[in-house]
Write a protein that binds this ligand. Structure first.
Ligand code: PXP
Length: 239
């Protein structure tokens, strides 16, 4: 089974919100991403709704046929309610703090084990696949297994940052983490700062990589190449 490409459309919402209207049309972009080959759509609503609005998530659900992945911090009641009502294919739990520019750390799965067990069991009862955002750290992977999560999402910023300096070194902790996740039967997703430059090496080095979610670089590339071509270019890196 290959690695699925889930397109994160937060940046489209950011562009739309900058003028307060409906352009670009987020719903149309999501449907077109699927039409252009995306195997999933990701959104990450935040409490201040500075990009994806909660209403967008409800509006998107009936329009999508590919996998719908919603990311966010379950400490927000509004987020919990949203997930349990929308019932996406997957919820990815991210330990963001309010106002954070973008996700910049994974869960401490040991410290927050009991909390994660409680939250994850609620989603599992509702039939929603669960993934938790974590750093490439074997201890955190082992902790993730204890929480009952189906998958982990490896936080790839460190890989992306170090890729141009020394890609063999940059990938090492991710390979170790992925091997342990495979041994434990955890599915592996990945995301953050993946790009046309660094994606192929990541996907071919990580055994059992199920899904990548990509927003910033993909939407930026689409300014030059167009959305359809860009999605095809990313898919090509994964095949
Ligand atoms: N995964 C998580 C948890 C994120 O918060 C983000 C950014 O919203 C991504 C993946 C995608 O990162 P990028 O926009 O750099 O591709």
């Amino acid at each position: 089974m290959g690695t699925k490409l889930s397109v994160n459309i937060n940046k489209i919402a950011t562009l739309r919100n900058s003028r307060g209207g409906k352009t670009p049309d987020l719903l149309k972009v999501a449907v077109d991403c699927e039409r252009f080959g995306a195997e999933g759509i990701t959104v990450h609503p935040r409490p201040d709704e500075r990009h994806i609005h909660y209403k967008d998530v409800y509006d998107l659900k009936p329009l999508l046929s590919a996998e719908f992945n919603i990311e966010g911090n379950p400490r927000e009641k509004k987020f919990m309610d949203l997930i349990l009502e929308v019932k996406p294919t997957q919820v990815t739990l991210v330990p963001d703090v309010t106002g954070q520019l973008t996700s910049d750390h994974g869960w401490d799965t040991i410290e927050h084990k009991d909390y994660l067990i409680e939250i994850i069991s609620k989603f599992k009862k509702a039939g929603i696949r669960t993934s938790i955002f974590i750093d490439a750290d074997v201890k955190m992977i082992e902790g993730a297994k204890e929480t009952g999560a189906d998958r982990i999402e490896l936080y790839t910023e460190a890989y992306a940052k170090n890729y141009s300096l020394n890609k063999e070194e940059a990938i090492k902790p991710f390979v170790e983490a992925a091997k342990r996740a495979n041994e434990l039967g955890l599915g592996i997703n990945a995301g953050h700062d993946l790009s046309l430059e660094n994606l192929k090496y990541f996907s071919k080095s990580i055994p059992g990589l199920l899904e990548v979610s990509i927003g910033h670089a993909l939407i930026s590339d689409s300014l030059y190449f167009g959305l359809e071509n860009t999605i095809q270019l990313y898919l090509r890196e994964l095949k």
